[in-house]
Ligand binder design. Sequence first.
Ligand SMILES: [Zn+2]
Length: 259
Amino acid sequence: MIVDCHTHIQSSVQNIDRSEHLTSAENVDFCMVLAAGEGSSKEINKDLSEYINNHKNKMLGFAFIEPTNDPISAKDLIFIRNELGLKGVVLYCSGCGFHPAHTRAMQFYESAQEIDMPVFFHNDGVCRSLVLNYAQPYLLDEVAGAFPDLKIVVGDMGVPFVEQTLTMLLKHRNVYADLTLKPNRVWQVYNTVVSAHEYGVMNKLLFGSGFPSGNAGQCIETLLGFNKLLADTNMPRVPRDSIRQIVERDTLQLLGIEK
Ligand SMILES: [Zn+2]
């Protein structure tokens, strides 16, 4: 089973060709599609729902919620799951400018935990309006402590705060991290994978491509060819098997998502 846990089909800043998304998805068994994080959540989620429902055998959607504005009761989340067919929620704390432990956000997690809905924290990207402070993964310590059964994914390894992410993975049973690779950032890939291995948290890493910024085939190739980066050096290695396990991890089962 290969699951790509991080892809997009919507963007206000670039035109995403959905046929390319389908092509990238051919390299995996399932693809998680994260709703865009700006504009009306109702419209964004409806658009995503239509796409997901047209490709049900391959795609899973995560709805966009802005907890400080949107309805957040368990009933509202059940509507998203049952009527829109979206199985999780993606939050953009740094993009939307709210603290991950904002009172309304905490109420939202309580609802999400109650109905077993996983939450993906998408705080990567660089633009002037991002509140970088709210992207810090250690802020999720309070959330994971208060809601220990809530399944949490830290998007993009929490870059640029990777060490914080690794500590969160070590500390909290239900916190995972999306290893969205940037094949053109060789040094970052190397450091991230070796650090995860040294922390003993390789089993908490989920494979992601970050489409459209990456494509699943290319990312799988980079990961599996990881040790080739180190040919003719004495740099620390990571066992090939544990790298393969990242690619083949059943992310859906870990996050409690029914297909
Ligand atoms: Zn993304």
